[in-house]
Design a protein around this ligand. Sequence first.
Ligand code: MG
Length: 368
Amino acid sequence: MKLDAIKVYQVDLPLVEGRYSWSEGKYVDVFDCTVVELITDDGRSAFGEVCPLGPFYLPAFGAGARAGIGELAPTLLGQDPTAVSVINDMMDAALLGHPYVKSAIDMACWDMLGKSSNKSVSDLMGGKFGESVALYRAISQGSAEHMAENVAGHRADGYTKFQLKVGGKREDDIARIHAVADILSDSETLVADANTGWRVDDAHRVVNAVRDRDVYIEQPCRTYDHCLAVRRNTNLPFILDENIHGLDALLRGHADGAMDAINLKISKVGGLTKARIIRDVCVSLRIPMTIEDSWGGDIITAAIAHLAHSTPEALRFSATDFNSYVTVENATGAPKRINGTMKASDAPGLGIDPNRDVLGKPVAEYKR
Ligand code: MG
């Protein structure tokens, strides 16, 4: 099997809630998603997706994904897309860094591997653990009262884990954490995610002010060293996300005792192949993970479900059903949330069929 053509599509994903806001006044109204189609010489198609959280969350942006795929296309055409390790090695040799660019291609390679072997991606990754995957709900930043109302509303959808977007003014964030902690029960989970938005002195003051609440603190500051300083000043459970951008960062954080859990985002680390390696190391080291991506539609939600469902339940902190946050369905067959959980498909590959009407015409096409 050889790769004959690569097609690239751009899809806008508007939000159900109209806007998603997080630290330092950042927000997105419409997500810029890129879908990659790989087409082989025996007529098979496979799909991957990448969707940065705007251009200012990680070093990634929509147009950059599409340009990067064009940069890699000459290297990939003519290769066997099911040889995922070989493809990753070639991509890393042809283009340094830019993990998010490689993520959509790698995801499509796993879809192709599954379709050609008649196995789901989760089965290829070792099999499914448990019946379903418990999800968390990200709560867009707003007033303390509004965020508490939002949490209460999403409880009705079966969610039991809530991630508050903080990283704003210190005193506002303290009020947000208290307002939501007040309404949650011991069986629910609250995370305050500052998304790098606090200065280290403000982070110290916030963790001191909420020290008696049952809340996880996630990625308080921009640098790893500042996060580690905050970590050493608090007994609250601690999650690292933005700073865990690869296996080296994970191992350093583990050696330093810098976190109790991580957020593993597929595109942050360069795709499913690399995410699976990090996942397996976390399983061996007993580090719980939230398995997700920077954002996404149905194709990314399917990929998250496969990676999460093939992760032992004891190490699965949570996962994300991004397709329930957006109004556009870029594929059918992706998991749909049921009572705060989702299941990976048993169908071959990612188990999705792209919605061609939504993809529209390719914005770029590369052929052998
Ligand atoms: Mg986070």
